[in-house]
Design a protein around this ligand. Sequence first.
Ligand SMILES: Cc1cc2nc3c(=O)[nH]c(=O)nc-3n(C[C@H](O)[C@H](O)[C@H](O)COP(=O)(O)OP(=O)(O)OC[C@H]3O[C@@H](n4cnc5c(N)ncnc54)[C@H](O)[C@@H]3O)c2cc1C
Length: 447
Amino acid sequence: MSRVLYWFRQDLRLRDNRCFIRACDQADALLPVYILDPAMEQPTRWGFDRIGPHRRVVLGQALRGLDRQLRQRGSGLCLLQGQPVDQLLAMVRQGAIDTVWVEDIAAPQERALVDALKQSLEPLGVSVYTGWQSSLIAPDDLPFAIDRLPDSFTPFRKRVEQAAVCIEHPYPAPDAVPPWPESVPYPTASIDAQFDALCGASTRPAVDARSAFPCDDPDCSVDEIGAQRHLDQYFARGLPHTYKATRNQLIGKDYSSKWSPFLALGVLSARQVYAARQHFEQARGANEGTYWLRFELLWRDYFRFLHLKYGRRLYHARGLAPDRPAPTHDADRFERWKNADTGHAFIDAAMTELSRTGYLSNRMRQVVASYLIHDLGCDWRAGAAWFESQLVDYDVYSNQGNWLYLAGYGTDPRGSRRFNPDKQAQDYDPGGAYRALWLSGTAAMPA
Ligand SMILES: Cc1cc2nc3c(=O)[nH]c(=O)nc-3n(C[C@H](O)[C@H](O)[C@H](O)COP(=O)(O)OP(=O)(O)OC[C@H]3O[C@@H](n4cnc5c(N)ncnc54)[C@H](O)[C@@H]3O)c2cc1C
């Protein structure tokens, strides 16, 4: 009799969740667990909450959705709160668990937790298995070993494209999930009540009708069913064909795919997105828009592979460029940036959008990050931490990689990247509609 515990982290889905499928195959009894870690409730070293209100909303949606999927298959989600290793150790004892499965996340804190878990459990005879599954391309399918990953994106993309690397098909969800171990009782309260009790239902942010990704709208629900619905409507409306032309716009729901919140919580896999895109190209034709979506997914992979190659070094103040001067910081300027009070209308509009909605276009992420680092002289790590707190699509790899890249401590061969905010406003908000939307509500504003 094999009793397995599956620890869900950034993979809150059943479809194309290879580690979960393997755990199900192996188990006679299986306990699916998610842990709310109090470390995430601690303020950051920069003095604000590590998880802001919009991130709590999407996490709640994803966990409720996962619980529904599990219940439909005769199981359910065991929601715990506490230090993860302690919690898992207690559940292993209570459930007489012999095997733990968890997705591999190649970021230092996430890896340290798994290392600590192995140290606690392996002496007890409990095996801990990890599996890599968050990239589009499996690392073993790359045309080079990971330590030979090119140090900038373009050669990486070219080599992957030249090698015509094959992308695996997504796996279906398991039809049934093994029952919980008998010694672990199902909770009496619903997952809604548990989540609200643990995370505080009263802290829900107000709905903002201007949002480019209104996470309170049922159409945007960040769970497995919502992800499929979102994907279906995006392709059905032919939006990939216009993606290249619209991707730098700033207002509305459709200028970019808005796949990122689903991917970040893991309610959708990159392979599912890719398969849908392939199907769309076969049925309705490829063009530069469909190509460019693939191109962006390769950026997402690139930051993942950089973590596999460099790990902890990406978290040093000077990242991959130890010979460059260390970042400077000014706490007062940082506060003003974060609170949309810099006096630069384009920047303040974006920082308002971010804190009101938890989403920001890629263009404005680049502009405000560059402004913080290169115009205000602040530490990129403070900016990265603020994005981590706010973004509904926070993804450790993409966030760290993009901030490092803009600060010039990453892999960009051109060194640091400054975006001139006045020119950016002229180019991307020539009529001032974006600034008007976020600074005064509605009225158009001169450039
Ligand atoms: C400073 C900074 C921080 C960022 N932090 C995050 C983050 O925490 N989480 C996150 O998912 N993305 C992050 N990005 C990347 C990018 O801004 C978002 O992925 C994108 O805006 C999400 O919207 P979308 O899904 O509509 O993207 P689309 O433009 O429709 O792109 C499709 C998908 O490609 C991927 N992608 C697109 N651009 C990038 C990129 N530059 N880097 C990595 N992947 C990309 C995403 O998975 C995205 O969902 C950051 C960018 C910057 C400049």
